[in-house]
Write a protein that binds this ligand. Structure first.
Ligand code: FAD
Length: 453
């Protein structure tokens, strides 16, 4: 029997398949589309997502489809900057840059090719999962095949078949707007458009400009709920504020209804959901896919443990840890959506925005201002990034060397001092399992043994 069946080969399902492939589990991915989806969607991911692509062994392949993001400015109709969310241009605490712009078809291609490395992972395209029995994880496929797996992960997007099939309820968080999304390819240099993404905050005509990779530029423009979808001429009329057909060709245009929602439960027996199947948010912070990538980073090592230990109690911590974390991103995104949509012209105070790093909800390990939060990823003495040096397992970051049954690295002393701790035990997904305030408490760090991991 297959260890893990993944329903859906979007960016989240493909990332999970690679993470599990690295861990040697047997995986079958079922994707209903025969041809890959080429519509405009995600364009930004953060350093934490990049850390997950690193864990999947695909850092170089993914980086080839990116450039480092400058950040985002929120401007009012008078062109006054309301919020400046500039991103650092050097390597940050994750071991990667803070913000990347990327071309989603390129990323997905890199993730799909990544699967070719594994004899234990098989991707079947053009086949739909049509039935799923929650109790047994047994599936019926549109090609007539019956597939059984120890665990089934629904990475099948916002209209998730899996979520509906096993009855996992979704809570609507109350955001619903129609936006036109246009990807254009510049025919001539337009440096005046700038490298920053810009949120044009305006009660009448809210819009977003995003500098994509190479010559790609994106505009997102809110549409009146009642009006018909714009045709080509209407799209150019909406874009005329920035570009004309002399400047660029339209690559793709699509109308989306942006929503916000989060699943009330993420697991039913051997069936779990991840990515847009479990949560949705408007794209103003560029965090929807990032949240899905975090889901599967949280899930991959727990699935590995559940299979190898034959005990899957650990999987109960997945939804409880992820739900409150993603809800913080959804809440902030909705607050920013209000600003973008409701700002009147006129002066307004300038402000600086910082990235948020929410802690995990209740689950495995301790929770305080350090435990349950993301640990930095330093380069260790041979220049390797710490997660790689620990080979995807637990490790300790300590101020001085200590005896331990997991690798110990002493290259994050500044961060440990700033946070008032002597050492932390880092989980395979980069979050702090437990923290020791002093050297004496460091022995307790190996509390990892207490939960049988
Ligand atoms: C305009 C826009 C801009 C965005 N910008 C950003 C951004 O900058 N940064 C960011 O992080 N996020 C962004 N997002 C969000 C991001 O695109 C999504 O969160 C992400 O694509 C979700 O990935 P997924 O793999 O969960 O789902 P999907 O990409 O929807 O993939 C689901 C897959 O499951 C397959 N499937 C469905 N049902 C079945 C079935 N029964 N059997 C087999 N296969 C099935 C589908 O065919 C599909 O391939 C944006 C979204 C939009 C709309």
């Amino acid at each position: 029997m297959t260890d893990i069946a993944i329903i859906g080969a979007g960016p989240v399902g493909l990332t999970l398949a690679n993470l599990l492939g690295v861990r040697g589990l047997s995986v079958r991915v079922i994707e209903k589309q025969a041809q890959y989806y080429d519509l405009p969607r995600a364009i930004h991911f953060d350093g934490e997502a990049m850390r997950v692509f690193q864990a999947a062994g695909l850092a170089e392949e993914v980086l080839a489809h990116t450039h480092v993001g400058a950040g985002m400015l929120f401007k009012n109709a008078d062109d006054v900057v309301l919020i400046d969310w500039s991103r650092a241009q050097d390597i940050g605490p994750m071991g990667w840059h803070e913000s990347y712009r990327f071309h989603q078809p390129g990323l997905e291609d890199a993730l799909r090719r990544g699967l070719d490395r594994f004899t234990n992972v098989e991707l079947t395209s053009g086949v739909e999962v049509t039935e799923l029995v929650a109790e047994t994880g047994t599936m019926r496929l549109s090609n007539g095949e019956n597939l059984s797996a120890s665990y089934v992960i629904g990475c099948d997007g916002a209209d998730s078949f899996t979520r509906a099939a096993v009855g996992l309820p979704l809570s609507d968080l109350g955001f619903q707007e129609r936006w036109l999304v246009v990807d254009a390819v510049l025919k001539c240099p337009r440096p005046d458009l700038g490298d920053y993404s810009i949120q044009f905050c305006d009660a009448e005509n809210p819009a977003t400009y995003v500098r994509g990779t190479k010559d790609r530029r994106r505009w997102e423009i809110r549409l009146n709920q009642a009006k018909a979808d714009p045709d080509n001429d209407a799209i150019w009329a909406l874009l005329s504020r920035w570009i004309t057909p002399d400047d660029a060709d339209l690559e793709r245009a699509a109308v989306y209804t942006f929503r916000s929602a989060v699943a009330a439960r993420w697991r039913e027996g051997p069936v779990l959901i991840a990515g847009d199947a479990a949560h949705q948010m408007p794209p103003f912070m560029g965090q929807g896919m990032c949240a899905g990538v975090r889901d599967v980073a949280n899930l991959a090592w727990k699935l590995d443990h559940a299979i190898s230990a034959g005990d899957d109690a650990i999987l109960d911590s997945y939804g409880s840890e992820r739900a409150s974390h993603v809800t913080e991103f959804i809440d902030l995104t909705m607050r920013l959506g209000k600003l973008i949509n409701q700002t009147a012209a006129g002066g307004a105070p300038k402000g600086q925005m910082k990235s948020i790093w929410p802690g995990l909800g209740p689950g495995l390990g301790e929770r305080d201002d350090v435990a349950g939060r993301l640990a930095p990823q330093p380069r260790v003495d041979d220049g390797t990034l710490a997660d790689d040096a620990a080979k995807g397992g637990f490790y300790i970051l300590a101020r001085t060397p200590i005896e331990a049954s997991v690798p110990v690295f002493t290259e994050a002393t500044d961060w440990l001092s700033e946070n008032g701790v002597f050492a932390v035990l880092v989980r395979p997904d980069g979050y702090v399992f437990s923290a020791a305030r002093d050297q004496a408490g460091a022995a307790d760090l190996l509390g990892v043994g207490r939960v049988g991991l």
